[in-house]
Design a protein. Structure first.
Length: 452
């Protein structure tokens, strides 16, 4: 999904310096760094007395209660993926139900970023005042409010605004859970599973939504009945597992951290701007493809409604598998070489998707596009972290993620706006151009002089 983090830099809010940026290649190295840089570590349910024990770095199953916390954090990311992944699958039915043009229906892509932006500037203060408990309660409530409203099939402007509420909830959990997991032992592995959960959710969404609408002839908004039920489970689970993580506990855990560098310093770095442009174009490719595959397959490849929905699931399945499988390859052979190879393969696959007018070829090509696009995002984050001083990681990457989120909303909307007059076939040249931009920006990254 589009990961947006805060750029706040108050002394008390440097919790985000753990956000999946640490370029550490082993659990031992991560453990040593976490002990030195983050002496106050997370503690499990009912384990407040161990706040003074700074010799142990957190693991996925340590201290007691972490595995339950992670399980519901993974569920939260699955919900975010199911929310985002359903939009593209439901666009043809929203068009028909509300009698909308491509341009108007594309507005649904824009508003979630508004919620993410608000979360980016408020989640640090929420942490200080309410701790992770606050996020664990507020984010699921945002999901439930959104899904209840959508299940009532309100006027389209209300539907668009409601997506801003879910974006706010997703932004809170994004920053909170990435920061928490980033300080764990084997953080890169756990982060990979966390973000794969988003892709799994986006994979399931088109299958479930299309099955409900096509196979069982249910109205499009029936999908959100399912989402309400899952979000209620999320609320109960997160509230119970994070209940003891109050603002006071958060303050105690971060009492020894030094203040981070400001955004102004980070923006002086060329790498910050290159990373921001990379994320901007990358998210345009990811969300643009994920959002318009179903409509393209229906209108241009003349596929059935069910097959079109399945092709979107193929894209997200490929992305989930790519993030899980190729992350190890990228770590072994290096980000620069591997992502360059992934980009070349993506150009070839996109040309295949565009120029061979057969549904089967398009569906296979788009699945492999997802597979090779998937590991680029975490790989670029790691490259950026290795090129920048640690003290500006938070501000630099936070700025890049925010700009990336903009790309993930602007380009899908632009595709819809242009498609209103030129047809949805414009998806292909726009995606190819964006992949080329991603490649040019990637090749502009300086070489790593010193690896952390």
């Amino acid at each position: 999904m589009a990961t947006v983090t805060t750029t706040q830099n108050d002394t008390h809010i440097s919790e985000l310096d753990a956000i999946h940026l640490r370029p550490l290649s082993s659990g031992k190295a991560l453990g040593e760094a976490a002990v030195h840089d983050h002496p106050a570590v997370e503690h499990g349910l009912g384990d407040e007395s161990s706040l003074n024990d700074q010799s142990q770095v957190e693991k996925w199953n340590y201290p007691k209660g972490n595995s339950a916390k992670l399980g519901f954090a993974f569920l939260s990311f699955i919900i975010a993926g199911m929310n985002d992944g359903a939009v593209g699958a439901l666009i043809p039915y929203l068009e028909k139900y509300y009698d909308l043009s491509y341009t108007v229906v594309s507005l649904i892509f824009l508003t979630p970023f508004a919620g993410y932006s608000i979360a980016a500037f408020t989640n640090a203060r929420i942490h200080v005042k309410f701790g992770r408990r606050g996020v664990a309660i507020m984010a699921p409530i945002c999901h439930i409010i959104t899904f209840v409203a959508l299940s009532l099939h309100p006027p389209y402007p209300v539907l668009v605004v409601c997506n801003m509420v879910s974006g706010f909830g997703n932004g809170l959990t994004d920053a909170c859970f990435c920061a928490w997991i980033g300080a764990m032992d084997k953080a890169n592995t756990v982060q990979g599973f966390l973000h794969s959960c988003y892709s799994v959710g986006a994979l399931l969404a088109p299958l479930i939504a299309t099955s409900m609408v096509v196979t069982y002839d249910l109205p499009w908004y029936s999908y959100y009945y399912v989402m309400i039920g899952i979000a209620v489970v999320e609320l109960i689970g997160l509230t119970i597992t994070f209940w003891h993580k109050t603002g006071a506990v958060y303050a105690a855990e971060h009492a020894h951290e030094s203040s981070g560098a400001g955004t102004r310093e980070a923006l002086k770095s060329k790498v910050t701007w290159l990373a921001s442009l990379f994320f901007f174009a990358y998210m345009g490719v990811e969300v643009g493809l994920g959002g318009w595959i179903v409509t393209f397959m229906l209108r241009v490849r003349n596929a059935s409604a069910y097959a079109s929905g399945a092709s979107a699931s193929g894209f997200w399945a490929g992305q989930a598998l790519g993030r899980a499988a190729l992350g190890f390859v990228t770590e072994k052979y290096g980000e620069r070489l591997c992502i360059t190879i992934y980009l070349v393969l993506c150009v070839g696959l996109q040309l295949l998707f565009w120029l061979v007018p057969q549904f089967i070829v398009s569906a296979v090509a788009v699945a492999f596009l997802g597979f090779f696009l998937g590991p680029m995002f975490p790989g670029a984050v790691m490259m950026t972290a290795k090129l920048l001083p640690k003290h500006i990681h938070v501000s630099a990457i936070g700025f890049g993620m925010a700009l990336g989120g903009t790309g993930g909303t602007v380009f899908p909307f632009a595709i819809g706006a242009i498609a209103a007059s030129r047809g949805v076939a414009v998806l292909q040249p726009i995606i190819l151009a964006l992949i080329a931009v991603v490649g040019l920006v990637w090749l502009s990254f300086p070489r790593i002089q010193k690896r952390d």
